[in-house]
Design a protein around this ligand. Structure first.
Ligand SMILES: NC(=O)c1ccc[n+]([C@@H]2O[C@H](COP(=O)([O-])OP(=O)(O)OC[C@H]3O[C@@H](n4cnc5c(N)ncnc54)[C@H](O)[C@@H]3O)[C@@H](O)[C@H]2O)c1
Ligand SMILES: [Zn+2]
Ligand SMILES: [Zn+2]
Length: 345
């Protein structure tokens, strides 16, 4: 089979690999039909993810068809169309029982990291029964690919942790795929304002089309001032950090209203400051989370019912042979205006 293999710092190639085989009774082999590239794949290529060693097949998102199934999997059968979750969960360990699949003792984010991933014609998925989701025929499969990672991430780490409620005010810093996923799913709760903050005019224009009530570019003036003006001088009930640098986390601390929540989503590589001298008396909550994908079944229902269309995040489509071009396009998003790219096997 063909697979996209990480070959060390900055290097990857489409290579021939053997089709994976079942290694345990809980495994499935999925024949992939569509996958995508995540910002995290770019982090791997930059050498930021030491657990992902050279030789690893990349990718942790996608949809496909069950090709082979372990004897311990009773809820899926060969031929089922499935969504592959970016998080593998055993469903039984202490963390899984608490709904913290991301910290599963024998799973978590392993696909395309500690074990071979989904940017291949076939992938072995451990804990298949609790990590694959059967998808109904006839639903736009490309849109479903958005449910492997970015939609649950924006929703769980941003909207749920941020306690978005009817009428509440929300600011989302970062209008990348994750920030836009938070924007789409925040609207389940009818907040009164969703203010998007980014310096990429194309992404802000997208945010406007996706339902943002205001869009702010930090280069055009003081963002904190502008948010205060939009919120009667108090700030927002929920400030979602969807970038992953100290400046944007610290901005969220400035934007949050008394009693509000700073919900961090971004992956941070260096420390950021918590200004307790400003925050100690403001009754605020700061949350962090690695996506658990515990909301995937619920999100699937909303997509199948047409309540949200994550397919709107797809900007480019490539054949598997064009994977290098897909990476090139995705990694130069400011120039190419790419949000999510679909790679078809
Ligand atoms: N917590 C989790 O489980 C989880 C899961 C997946 C991704 N993530 C993280 O979420 C973050 C967002 O992911 P993404 O794929 O949307 O990333 P992205 O890089 O595509 O988007 C980030 C956006 O932030 C904007 N930006 C950069 N600096 C800014 C600044 N100073 N002020 C305002 N905007 C700024 C960029 O223009 C860009 O549009 C990343 O850090 C990613 O690693 C977290
Ligand atoms: Zn990802
Ligand atoms: Zn577990």
């Amino acid at each position: 089979m063909r697979a996209l293999v990480y070959n060390g710092l900055g290097k990857f190639a489409l290579q021939e690999r053997p089709v994976p085989t079942l290694q345990g009774p809980g495994d499935a082999i999925v024949k992939m039909s569509k996958t995508t590239i995540c910002g995290t794949d770019l982090h791997i290529l930059k050498g930021d993810v030491p657990t992902c060693e050279p030789g690893r097949i990349l990718g942790h998102e996608g949809v496909g068809v069950v090709h082979e199934i372990g004897s311990g999997v009773s809820t899926l059968k060969v031929g089922d169309h499935v969504l592959v979750s970016c998080i593998s969960s055993c469903g039984q360990c202490e963390y899984c029982r608490r709904g913290m699949y991301s910290h599963c003792k024998t799973g978590g984010w392993i696909l395309g990291n500690r074990i071979d991933g989904t940017q291949a014609e076939y992938v072995r998925t451990p804990h298949a029964q609790t990590s694959l989701y059967r998808v109904p025929a006839g639903v736009d499969e490309a849109a479903l690919v958005m449910l492997s990672d970015i939609l649950p991430t924006g929703f769980e780490c941003g909207v749920l942790n941020g306690k978005v409620e009817p009428g509440s005010t929300v600011a989302i810093v970062g209008a990348g795929p994750i920030g836009l996923a938070a924007l789409l799913t925040a609207q389940f709760y009818s907040p009164s304002q969703i203010i998007m903050i980014d310096m990429d005019p194309n992404r802000l224009a997208c945010a406007k089309r996706f339902g943002a009530t205001a869009c702010l570019d930090p280069r055009a003036g003081d963002v904190a001032d502008a948010v205060m003006k939009l919120t009667d001088g108090v700030g927002v009930d929920c400030a979602i950090e969807a970038v992953g640098v100290p400046a944007t986390f610290e901005l969220c601390e400035q934007l949050v209203a008394p009693g509000g929540v700073v919900a961090n989503v971004g992956v941070h590589g260096v420390p950021a400051s918590i200004f307790l001298d400003k925050l100690w008396d403001r009754n605020v909550t700061i949350t962090t989370r690695l996506v658990d994908t515990v909301s995937t079944p619920m999100l699937l229902k909303t997509v199948c019912a047409g309540r949200i269309d994550p397919g709107r995040l797809i900007t480019n489509r490539f054949a598997f042979e064009e994977a290098a071009k897909a990476y090139e396009t995705f990694s130069h998003a400011a120039d190419t205006h790419a949000l999510k790219v679909i790679i078809e096997m």
